[in-house]
Design a protein around this ligand. Structure first.
Ligand SMILES: CC(C)(COP(=O)(O)OP(=O)(O)OC[C@H]1O[C@@H](n2cnc3c(N)ncnc32)[C@H](O)[C@@H]1OP(=O)(O)O)[C@@H](O)C(=O)NCCC(=O)NCCS
Length: 177
């Protein structure tokens, strides 16, 4: 299926990275990148409670490596539910501090969402000014476990109207419908 994702073949012009599915061997290197990119204690964030004991959506967890194989960025997704509706929770995503601002984050987000066949809607907790450019918008009536700033709870329909009528608490995959 390489041909289905032009970015996987060439990387986005200028980024010089290759996108690949995260493997078991990548796990700790990706964890180290997240530790570097985020403030200490990232796993205490409420979004991590939604991930506890739930496997990530492996097909959408991607790495971006340069031509020397050095990890430039990574993205993971977990399944969650809002009420009974299945939702993709985007994140964590991080780009190595030496590679930020080159489009690697955009490449990871766009490439992973393009693979999200079978999912109707995605959400995340993050900065609207960044994620707005990928079609993410404030989700009204969707509540993350506290403490989460509601202005940072953002969603994007992957199919038209997929967020219509979907509201309530965000739940762990196994706790919902
Ligand atoms: C956020 C992050 C993944 C973006 O990846 P990136 O490869 O640097 O981003 P891109 O190159 O695709 O985009 C860069 C653009 O986004 C903007 N941007 C980056 N982070 C932003 C933020 N938090 N809020 C608003 N704009 C942001 C940059 O200013 C730049 O703007 P420009 O295109 O107008 O110059 C990366 O900066 C990172 O890993 N940050 C630390 C970890 C983190 O905060 N993760 C996200 C948690 S919500």
């Amino acid at each position: 299926m390489l041909g289905a994702f032009p970015a996987e073949r060439d990387g986005r012009e200028g980024t010089g990275v290759r996108i690949a599915k995260e493997t078991e061997e990548d796990w700790w290197e990706v964890e180290a990148l997240f530790d570097l990119a985020f403030a200490p204690g990232r796993e205490a964030l409420s979004s991590y409670r939604l991930r506890d004991g739930v496997p990530p959506v492996a097909d959408l967890c991607l790495t971006a490596r340069d031509d020397m194989g050095i990890l430039a960025g990574a993205i993971r997704y977990w399944p969650v539910r809002v009420g009974t509706a299945p939702v993709l929770l985007l994140g964590p995503i991080a780009v190595h501090p030496t590679r930020q601002g080159e489009g690697v984050g955009a490449l990871l987000i766009e490439n992973s969402l393009a693979r999200a066949q079978g999912w109707d809607r995605a959400m995340l907790v993050g900065d609207a000014p960044y994620y707005g450019r990928f079609g993410f918008d404030r989700l009204v009536g969707v509540t993350m476990p506290p403490p989460t700033n509601p202005a940072r709870v953002l969603g994007r329909a992957l199919k038209p109207g997929a967020w219509d009528g979907v509201s309530g608490d965000v739940l762990r995959w196994h706790d919902g419908g």
